[in-house]
Write a protein that binds this ligand. Structure first.
Ligand code: GLY
Ligand code: MN
Ligand code: MN
Length: 447
């Protein structure tokens, strides 16, 4: 059995143990039709994949907790005709053996078998309201059981969200996951370095985006982890800009937020650099401010610090800079208190990263975990093997009170970070980011 199959099995066992009793049902993501008989590229459901390693659509995992715990897969049948058109399918027998489930059945048997599996169980773990189709399927099953009360059958009396248990597990990455995240980070970091060497005034943003896709795929990533943002000049002040269809102007900055997905795991990097290879004085002032904020935030990524500590550190640096550059007025405390800085920095400094780019996991402690009424203490503590992004920025739209040399400058610097016993490990460190390193790389490329 190869090691990651063992890991998926161990996760199922861990979930079964924390369930104690009852049944969990996890549906894989549906295939989505784009038009007529063409589908969008298929992406499995992250929770389902986390527990199975199984990537085929039309599959469902059922876990039965209790004295004899069981994990059961439902999947598509072998189908020679469909396999000629669409490719290989495992079929239940092979899937059971290769992915080490206790039992496996055809997906066509799901409704009938599910009624039996749910009968007389005390609790159902299910992600209710995630999909109307899956909800209806499960509700029909429960209804059918309730009609059989006279035969001594009962439906679960309690429904809990299975994701609450899984989110806690997904927060802590195993060495198998960390290894994949390192590789995903390295591919994306290489693509950012390549973009700095490639981009020139006169090119289109989409041509730079194409370099990313090329770099992702040729290194084995299966997809971008999210729609790439390639935003030149004023476009960088639109946080989720993804038209990527403007021409690159000499003298402007280019902000690129792009990462890839490798075997399910996302990288998420932003770099901002001058299109002509040399920062202007105003661009450099703001860039170095954001970089200092980012380094201050990364320094706060350590075991025992609360989730918000990096954000607070970034804000502290940014707000002082906004005051020094006459973007904000008043004392640092006053600007923090009024939130005036939000005109230029309106997002948070990071998020969990993993199978999803904005990964699973609470940012606040649950009531049970929180021992203090202190507002800050309610943030979750950072612990070893958590992975997150650190991504401060500043976005300066034209306004009367804003010094004109800063107008239309948008900067973000984003790295992926692993919490270790020795502090933060920056997984994306190979993407160059100091002013000197960016200018040197671009100068060398121009020679
Ligand atoms: N690329 C999405 C984000 O930075 O959160
Ligand atoms: Mn991010
Ligand atoms: Mn990003």
């Amino acid at each position: 059995m190869n090691t990651h199959i063992t890991e998926f099995k161990a996760r199922r066992e861990q979930l079964l143990t924390s369930m104690g009793q009852g049944v969990a049902i996890l549906f894989n993501a549906p295939e989505v039709i784009r038009n007529r008989d063409s589908h969008y590229a298929y992406r499995f459901d992250s929770y389902f994949y986390y527990l199975t390693g199984f990537k085929e659509p039309e599959s469902v995992l059922v876990l039965i907790a209790g004295d004899t715990p069981k994990s059961i897969l439902f999947c598509r049948d072998k189908d020679i005709e469909r396999e000629i058109w669409d490719g290989f399918r495992y079929g239940a027998a092979a899937a059971r053996e290769i992915f080490v489930f206790d039992e496996a059945y055809s997906i066509n048997e799901l409704d009938a078998v599910l009624v039996k599996l749910l009968a007389n169980q005390p609790k159902l773990y299910f992600s209710l309201s995630e999909s109307a189709v899956d909800d209806a399927r499960v509700m029909t099953c429960l209804k059918s059981l309730r009609t059989q009360a006279r035969h001594g059958l009962s439906a679960p009396h309690e429904i809990a969200d299975v994701r609450d248990l899984l989110d806690e597990m997904r927060l802590y990455k195993s060495s198998y996951e960390i290894n994949l995240m390192r590789r995903s980070a390295n591919i994306a970091a290489g693509a950012h370095n390549r973009a700095m060497q490639y981009a020139k005034a006169g090119m289109m943003e989409y041509q730079v985006e194409a370099e990313f896709l090329h770099e992702f795929y040729r290194h084995g990533a299966q997809a971008p982890a999210y729609t790439s943002i390639v935003a030149s000049g004023a476009n960088a002040c639109t946080l989720h800009y993804n038209a990527n269809n403007a021409q690159l102007n000499n003298g402007d900055l280019l902000l690129i937020d792009a990462g890839c997905e490798l075997d399910g795991y996302a990288s998420d990097i932003t770099r901002t650099f001058p299109i002509n290879g040399k920062f202007t004085a105003a661009q450099k002032d703001l860039y170095e401010l954001v970089l200092s904020a980012q380094l201050a935030a990364i320094a706060q990524v350590k075991i025992g610090n609360h989730w918000n500590a990096p954000h607070e550190a970034a804000l502290d640096v940014l707000v002082q800079g906004f005051i020094d550059f006459k973007l904000c007025k008043g004392s640092k405390e006053a600007v923090l208190e009024t939130g005036d800085y939000r005109q230029f920095y309106m997002h948070r400094t990071g998020h969990w990263l993993g199978l999803d780019v904005h990964d699973a996991g609470e940012y606040k402690q649950t009531k049970a975990q929180a021992k203090s009424q202190d507002k800050q203490a309610n943030w979750r503590m950072l612990q070893a093997n958590m992975t997150l992004t650190v991504e401060p920025g500043c976005y300066i739209r034209p306004a009367d009170h804003v010094p004109q040399h800063f107008w239309n400058i948008g900067i973000r610097i984003e790295d992926d970070v692993l919490v270790t016993p020795h502090g933060a490990e920056v997984l994306t460190a190979s993407a160059v980011k100091s002013v000197a390193d960016i200018e040197a790389l671009m100068r060398a490329a121009a020679e």
